[in-house]
Write a protein that binds this ligand. Sequence first.
Ligand SMILES: C[S@@+](CC[C@H](N)C(=O)[O-])C[C@H]1O[C@@H](n2cnc3c(N)ncnc32)[C@H](O)[C@@H]1O
Length: 271
Amino acid sequence: MADDYELIDSGDGRKFERFGAYTLVRPCSQALWRPRNAEAWKTASATFDREDGNRWHGRHSLPESWNIETAGIRFKLSGTDFGHLGIFPEQREQWKWIRDNVSGAAGTSVLNLFAYSGGSTIAAAQGGADVCHLDAAKGMVQWARENAALNGLQDRPIRWIVDDAHKFLRRENRRGRRYDAVIFDPPTFGRGANGELYKIERDLQETLALIRGVLSGKPLFVLFTSHTPGLSCRVAENIVRQAFPACRRIESGEMLLGDMCPSGIYCRGVF
Ligand SMILES: C[S@@+](CC[C@H](N)C(=O)[O-])C[C@H]1O[C@@H](n2cnc3c(N)ncnc32)[C@H](O)[C@@H]1O
């Protein structure tokens, strides 16, 4: 399988990555070790740093957008003002797991909340599921639609929703709408479609209760991922175990860039 993503090196609070033809240096708070070969980093196409505000250096060397393929998914990338590119490559193992774990039976429905550029949505659709994709940012939903089309999924049953996650979940609960699997990656701090504030430490319990309410009678799994500093695998397991006591199996771990650089955690509750 083609893979255009590579963590080339990391250290001194930064990471050096390849996305297809372009190499980038970006912040990586966990990389508290020394780089293996700092000389090589000087060849990077562009650098993003948080000193003196959020700043790109060499952004002109990057095209307006370019496409890569990783973990069997094609993505459109672009250097945003916040240093994001439209992909969180640490999710790659989750995308493979989602694709393998949405049951092949027609009609399996998956809800992807805080869905960003759609990696998990595409993985679920590739696995044969009907997907509901939700994000508060209109531009991100458009980006995810483009990614779905890049993967030849434009005619698959994917509902694209621009809304605040809680508002939407409350509505789905009222309508009695049900999903066989729910994927959620809540931000530490985020804004809904009409400026609604989301704070993980204040709002996560409500998110979990609302998700519980939309799970079908024969659910497959819930997949919780997080980049919130200090939220460990054990914390995630405790949360998922308590919120979804019917889970038969709970597995968790660190999401990694390459094989060494932790970037958040995942917790899968399998029913
Ligand atoms: C950390 S990103 C998710 C990354 C994604 N799961 C991935 O790995 O590709 C968080 C996303 O949540 C969205 N968001 C923030 N607050 C929200 C809210 N209240 N309701 C819905 N989406 C929200 C943001 O627009 C952003 O795309």
